[in-house]
Write a protein that binds this ligand. Structure first.
Ligand code: ZN
Length: 454
């Protein structure tokens, strides 16, 4: 059975390429709602195209009013879900090819959405198509769920769950192989405090719009003259970090340049807000900015805040200050923590409130972790299929980010980026390799047969 399924997938490589290129040419970006098209006309067109293909491949489709659709193979009441999405993020700058014209160079297809997530969605679709065409008898049905709002607010899944029963178990081909079975908990907060009238006076500072971004640049204006400019230069030399200072008619304008990134992945990054805090402390700032330099500073593990948890399954806590604003004599700052699954979130909140007792906590949000045990049937079947078809190590991984998989009670992220692929999701020049996508389709077919075949 498996060899027949694999032979079909090999034979369909060109067919797969045509389907992918057709999908990439639909700019399925979220837009203003229209009747029966809650995310705009192009997302609606994309969903219709995918549903038509699914019907052509012999699956039963259902449309959830343009929020999402599903396509089911088999009639067993218990279903394994495959959760993918058809919406894409805006193209952004830096493309060498038109992002919404699929451009093929040998076995590579370039275009927005090739890797995130149209290519993997179609790989799963073709895996199901091959299972059907090979006549594999199923004890569980297979349900491909195609969402249309993954890149924004996940309203697609909220609508889907409100209108039908979501299968308990499944995977999302919307990340990377081998497999992600653990998503850290989150604790984020915003805090404020009045500036101190003592010490160095900070006149202007407005950095960051989002809690989950590591800012690459932080600019502020402080009181002082030439001696302050010299102080900045000395600190820059001493630390090897990139600071610039210039005298303006408002005061000394200081720029700290770090390395931007996503708050869940601080390794190799440098938060420009943290850089600014430790510089301001050196220049004699007092009050809440000095406290933040002491409690956060250049740390991304929460050590001085007393929350540097870590465990074997989900690694170390990450802590990021994404926003630091001055307004009306008050400093406002945020912390975004990605927390190991064994940590006690209530205890952590208590610790943070004590450490930050000089601040008013403006808002605080806790999100529970998501974890599917490594020895579950789901994880062992998926990793078995991955390992047997690639020969690569198959150890489950954790993430500090969120994946679509957590919509499922027992959900994991599974492909379709391979470990040696560059992660081009949301980047310019996004592409996939057709041979790897066919390999991904084989892994999905093999995994689904392990879980669903009689
Ligand atoms: Zn995605």
């Amino acid at each position: 059975m498996k060899s027949k399924v694999f032979a079909l997938l090999d034979a369909w490589k060109e067919d797969y390429a045509q389907t992918l290129m057709r999908y990439v040419e639909v700019p399925s970006l979220k837009a203003a709602p229209l009747p029966n098209a809650p995310f705009g006309a192009e997302v609606r067109r994309m969903l219709d195209m995918a549903m038509e293909d699914c019907r052509r491949f012999g699956f039963v489709t259902r449309d959830f009013d343009g929020y999402a659709a599903d396509a089911t193979l088999g009639d067993a009441p218990e279903a394994i879900a495959v959760l993918a999405h058809l919406d894409v993020v805006p193209a952004g700058d830096g493309w060498d090819t038109p992002p919404f014209e699929a451009v093929r160079k040998d076995d590579l297809v370039y275009g927005r959405g090739t890797g995130d997530d149209k290519g993997p969605a179609i790989a799963a679709m073709y895996a199901m198509r091959a299972i059907r065409e090979a006549g594999v008898p199923l004890k569980r049905s297979i349900r491909l769920i195609l969402g249309c709002d993954e890149e924004s607010g996940w309203d697609d899944m909220a609508y889907y769950c409100a209108h039908t029963e979501m299968p308990e178990t499944g995977f999302s081909p919307d990340a990377s192989f081998p497999l992600i079975n653990t998503e850290k908990a989150m604790l984020s907060l915003g805090m404020s405090a009045p500036l101190s009238p003592e010490g160095l006076q900070v006149l202007e500072m407005y950095t960051g719009e989002r809690m989950n971004v590591i800012p690459g640049e932080c600019v502020c204006v402080v009181s002082g003259g030439a001696e302050t400019v010299d102080g900045v230069r000395a600190f820059s030399q001493e630390t090897g970090m990139d600071y610039k200072a210039e005298l303006t008619d408002k005061g000394v304008r200081i720029t700290a340049t770090g390395i931007p990134g996503h708050s869940a992945y601080p390794a190799g990054r440098r938060n420009a807000i943290g850089m600014m805090l430790v510089l301001l402390r050196r220049l004699g700032v007092q009050g809440p900015l000095a406290a933040l330099a002491d409690l956060y500073g250049m740390e991304s593990n929460g050590a001085s805040l007393g929350i540097a948890y870590s465990d074997e399954v989900s690694g170390a806590l990450t802590c990021n200050m994404g926003i630091l604003h001055l307004e009306n004599g008050r400093v406002y700052a945020t912390l975004d923590n990605r927390v190991p699954i064994t940590a006690d979130l209530d205890q952590m909140e208590k610790t943070l409130r004590e450490k930050l007792s000089g601040f008013t906590i403006e808002h605080l949000k806790k999100t529970a972790p998501h974890h599917v045990p490594a020895d579950s049937e789901l994880v062992t079947c998926l990793l078995g299929a991955y390992h047997d078809n690639t020969g690569l190590p198959a150890v489950p991984e954790y993430t500090g980010g969120g994946t679509y998989a957590k919509v499922l009670k027992q959900g994991v992220a599974f492909g379709a980026y391979f470990p040696d692929d560059p992660d081009l999701a949301h980047q310019a020049n996004e592409y996939v390799n057709l041979n790897k996508m066919i390999l991904a389709a084989k892994i999905y077919a093999d995994a689904l047969m392990r879980l669903c075949a009689e």
